[in-house]
Design a protein around this ligand. Sequence first.
Ligand SMILES: Nc1ncnc2c1ncn2[C@@H]1O[C@H](COP(=O)(O)OP(=O)(O)O)[C@@H](O)[C@H]1O
Ligand SMILES: [Mg+2]
Length: 292
Amino acid sequence: MKIGILTRNEESWCSAQLRTAMERRNIEPINMRFQRIVARVGAEPTASFGDIDVLRDLSAIIVRPIGRGSLEEIIFRMDMLHRLERLGLFILNPPSAIERSVDKFYTSALLEEAGLPVPRTVVTESADEALKAFHELGGDIVLKPIFGSRGRGSTRISDVNVAERIFRAVDFHHQVLYLQEFIPHGSSDLRALVLGGRVLASMRRVSDSWKTNVSQGAKPLPVNLDEEVEEIAVKAAEAVGCELAGVDILESAGGPVIVEVNSQPGWRGLQSTTTINIADEIVKYVLHRIKR
Ligand SMILES: Nc1ncnc2c1ncn2[C@@H]1O[C@H](COP(=O)(O)OP(=O)(O)O)[C@@H](O)[C@H]1O
Ligand SMILES: [Mg+2]
């Protein structure tokens, strides 16, 4: 059996963990890059990667971070994943879930519609409207790239002059302004890794700053989540359609709030807090799903 690992970086720790987990089960891992996949219409094979006929040779694909690209590249990649899924290939995560989760506006909206707690958020293309929203959100906000990850590019703004200057610059570059009320969280948050409708592992991330991404230097610590928090993490993954998800939860004074559902989560930090072999659980889950 062969399972594809679609990744921009074959050398990444998580991809290596997945390969090892597969090899232990006599599965051949196939590292795939979007740049080398060929899709065909009205000709065979429908999708190939070097000598691999994707639909004939692979039993599943696990999608790791798909990387940056132009609008055309990203849309083509997603269209290709949708086509493979339509033609019966199991893809983790489902392409529709990847599309929803990479877009912070789409995700927050779905979470709210599912009755889940989210920070107050305003999204607009207009710097003037963003400035009004800055006050509406209490004059202390986090401005995030709508497609960002790893804490990159997010800025906390509590000065109206800085806000105006940044909003105008973002507007000038035709980027969307995604503003969220700042939630005081004491420099730590919770990350729950949800797999197949349950929390597989979780950690507290403790930082020196308000950004608690492990890639920004936060320390991962073991944590036992309350039942309530586990439940909202599972529901958040479900609302976005993720079978595997890294759910980021802030502990606000009013209770837990979800800031992000990550459909291509890394687990290097999380693995250091648990004895469960996360890569092995993911591979086991894929095997279970393709048998069904
Ligand atoms: N509204 C907020 N208030 C306070 N801190 C926040 C807020 N949103 C995000 N953060 C902090 O910034 C980090 C990154 O934000 P997140 O929405 O998860 O985006 P990313 O995709 O960059 O991880 C979070 O883990 C959290 O520590
Ligand atoms: Mg995050």
